[in-house]
Write a protein that binds this ligand. Structure first.
Ligand code: ARG
Length: 467
């Protein structure tokens, strides 16, 4: 039997394999809510414009509401033979309303319909990701406030570089997440134009009111070019690109947590809630959640690459290739949501070992820069020369396998005779972090200030989203 939605010129139905490769209902059922919302806005506009009768329009709207309840209740039967969500809904509507259900598709095509559904879905998803990211920022800010003065090693090249504070480290991620939220918000702002009414590709001869449907669906305006409306998926690409960058940020923190909880680092412990044991090695406590946050980044970035490749080389306008735009995006954005939730849980639960972090902060001659700076400040040496002198002192200390603070004053003087006892003031890690008072630096007072600034900002956002 040929397809009842479009089979007019077909004598036979599709091959089994054709049906399988062609159908998208297996994944685009997720658009059900958006599809019905779009159809209700469309039919209301058709009635206002006098294109369908009020009577038909209200029967169609009631039928759509019924379908929505059936889907929610789990009693709706999705059929692969009907290809996709659009035709599944419309076919059921015909069963409920009768032949007048067919008036819904006036001045519309599945091409503008799917473009609309996907925009609505992405918009909803961006909104819920934003809330989750704000929650993660909150968890980090709370921890940063507690640990504004907790000293840990700051690394470059994964080598001890200079002491920093744990609060400062966490706030670095709060900043990254804030830019991630900004990128998602930008994507949302740009996608917020309504493609409905572009019809198949060229627009329609019916006197539709695109401003009305756009406003009814919460869009800023209708899209201005019908060809563009049905053929671009840049709103998905932008969102996946923002999602990929965000996932990369989370992955870096996950990697750090994985390092921190090794016995070798011993900087922190993750809670039982976010670790697993080994079925053979009883001592193990594996940071699986963090590893999966790191690992899932692969599929999120993969979805972006996948869709870029799908779109590349497609002539305007719609081609069926574009049906391949959905699964990767669904998977990637759902994965990102899970990663954010897992990361928020890990951050809330993580227990830093402050003593070990502080000890490690002093290892590897991490206050050498403080010593060089002191030589500049106290003795007036040019920085390059101070760097050289400090290098010689580090070499001396390291051949004796002692820290800089343990190097006797007379030995220091053998390298630079003007050094005096005041130098020991700057060689401790606490002094070191306290001295980094430049704007954005790691001094605990700065970190406390920044953490409070974030706390206030997040509280304000939470309050305004409640009203
Ligand atoms: N299921 C299709 C998709 O996801 C809907 C659009 C179909 N349009 C068409 N001209 N066959 O892309």
């Amino acid at each position: 039997m040929s397809n009842k939605m479009w089979g007019g010129r077909f004598a036979a139905g599709p091959d089994e394999i054709m049906e399988e490769i062609n159908a998208s209902i297996g994944f685009d059922y997720r658009f059900a809510a958006q599809d019905i919302r779009g159809s209700k806005a469309h039919v209301a506009m058709l009635a206002d414009a006098g294109i369908v009768s009020r009577e038909n329009a209200s029967a169609i709207a009631a039928g759509l509401d019924q379908i929505s309840s059936e889907i929610e209740a789990g009693t709706f039967t999705f059929s692969r033979a009907l290809e996709d969500i659009h035709m599944n809904v419309e076919s059921r509507l015909a069963e409920i309303v009768g032949p007048d259900a067919g008036r819904l598709h006036t001045a519309r095509s599945r091409n503008d319909q799917v473009a609309l559904d996907f925009r609505l879905w992405i918009r909803d998803t961006i909104e819920s990701l934003d809330l989750q990211l704000r929650d993660l920022q909150q968890a980090m800010t709370d921890k940063a406030l507690v640990h504004a003065g907790s000293v840990m090693p700051g690394f470059t090249h994964l080598q001890p570089a200079q002491p920093v504070t744990l609060g400062h480290h966490l706030l670095a991620y709060v900043e990254m997440l804030s830019r991630d939220r900004g990128r998602l918000a930008d994507a949302r702002r740009r996608l917020n134009e309504c493609p409905l009414g572009a019809a198949a590709l060229a627009g329609t001869s019916f006197p539709i009111d695109r401003e009305k449907t756009a406003r009814g669906l919460g869009f800023d305006r209708p899209t201005a070019n019908s060809l563009d409306s049905v053929s671009d998926r840049d709103f998905v690409l932008e969102t996946l690109s923002a999602a990929s960058i965000c996932a990369v940020h989370l992955s870096r923190l996950a990697e750090e947590m994985i390092l921190w909880v090794t016995p070798q680092f011993g900087f922190a412990e993750l809670s039982d809630r976010f670790t697993t044991g080994s079925s053979i090695m009883p001592q193990k406590r594996n940071p699986d959640a963090a590893e999966l946050v790191r690992g899932k980044t692969g599929r999120i970035v993969g979805a972006l690459t996948g869709l870029l490749v799908v779109m590349k080389g497609l002539p305007l306008t719609y081609s069926k290739d574009m049906q391949e735009d959905k699964e990767g995006a669904f998977d990637a954005l759902q994965s990102l949501s899970l990663c954010i939730a897992a990361m928020a849980g890990m951050v809330r639960d993580i227990e830093p070992d402050l003593k070990r972090m502080k000890n490690a902060a002093g290892a590897g001659y991490s206050t050498a820069t403080d010593l060089a700076d002191w030589l500049v400040r106290a003795l007036g040496l040019p920085f390059r020369q101070a760097h050289h002198v400090t290098g010689a002192l580090v070499k001396l200390a390291s051949t004796r396998r002692i820290g800089l603070e343990k190097l006797p004053l007379e030995d220091m003087r053998s390298v630079e005779p003007r050094i005096n006892a005041e130098v020991f003031e700057v060689l401790g890690v606490d002094k070191s972090v306290r001295s980094r008072t430049s704007y954005g630096g790691t001094a605990p007072a700065n970190v406390r200030f920044q953490a409070k600034r974030w706390a206030a900002r997040l509280a304000k956002e939470a309050a305004s989203s409640r009203t």
